[in-house]
Write a protein that binds this ligand. Structure first.
Ligand code: SAM
Length: 221
């Protein structure tokens, strides 16, 4: 239940230095401003994509966002273990427990995010529950707000009905445009969509079909 969540009043009220202690200390020591999170993995589950992104984009702070408490604690421990195993690495990976459908603007300022990921989101099959889907028109306006113009929103699912739904909502939204397939194929972040997460690996192992939709936050006119 949401009343148990500690919702930050604004992005400035989040204790980011606690999530990325070394990255913050390094910036301070170099006389640079505090680094900002640029990539968010929404509904990160066990954090497979979050850590792969941190590995592949060492210069970017990556945050996983997860609703379930135990799963969030697992990802926290996973990141700490990786930092210990590979000194100097994974200082850009972090996780927060939150309801991303309600709280994203409490975490990110306007135009902050360069990449926003929704991998294997819960399908909420029943029509009465469609409003719980993480990709929908009203929420897309929020995602557009926190994304940098030119930033990329990635979705993938093994549920055809949800794949069609997400594409439909994104196609209809004036602030997003589909990224051409040739560009998606060249994008190293897109390559992580299937292999990057626990859910994706399971689907790939079973030879299952997936539906991918990659959209660009258009430049403001
Ligand atoms: N993205 C991961 C993967 O591909 O392996 C996990 C996929 S799992 C099917 C969906 C995850 O989204 C679950 O861990 C669930 O707890 C989380 N989730 C569902 N609704 C959420 C919300 N409103 N905010 C944050 N996380 C949410």
């Amino acid at each position: 239940n949401d009343q148990f969540f500690d919702v930050p009043l604004s992005p400035k009220h989040v204790n980011w230095a606690e999530i990325y202690p070394e990255a913050y200390a390094a910036a301070a020591a170099a006389g640079q401003p505090p680094p900002l999170v640029r990539f968010a993995d929404v509904g990160c589950g066990f954090g497979g994509l979050t850590v792969k992104l941190a590995e592949n984009f060492p210069g970017k702070l990556v945050v996983g966002m997860e609703l379930r408490d135990k799963v969030t604690e697992y990802v926290k421990a996973r990141v700490i273990a990786l930092r210990l195993q590979s000194p100097g690495s994974y200082h850009n990976a972090g996780v927060v427990r939150t309801n991303a459908m309600k709280c994203l603007p409490n975490y990110f300022a306007k135009g902050q995010l360069e990449k926003l990921f929704f991998l294997f989101a819960d399908p909420h099959f029943k029509a009465a529950n469609h409003r719980r889907r993480i990709i929908q028109t009203t929420l897309l306006a929020e995602y557009a707000f926190i994304m940098a113009p030119g930033g990329i929103l990635y979705t993938i699912t093994d549920v055809e009905e949800l794949g069609i739904w997400m594409k439909e909502k994104l196609d209809a939204h004036p602030l997003f445009e589909a990224v051409p397939e040739v560009e998606v194929e060249r994008d190293p972040a897109a390559a992580l969509l299937l292999q990057g997460t626990e859910e994706g690996q399971k689907v790939a192992r079973n030879g299952g079909k997936t539906w991918r939709a990659v959209y660009r936050r258009i430049q403001d006119t």
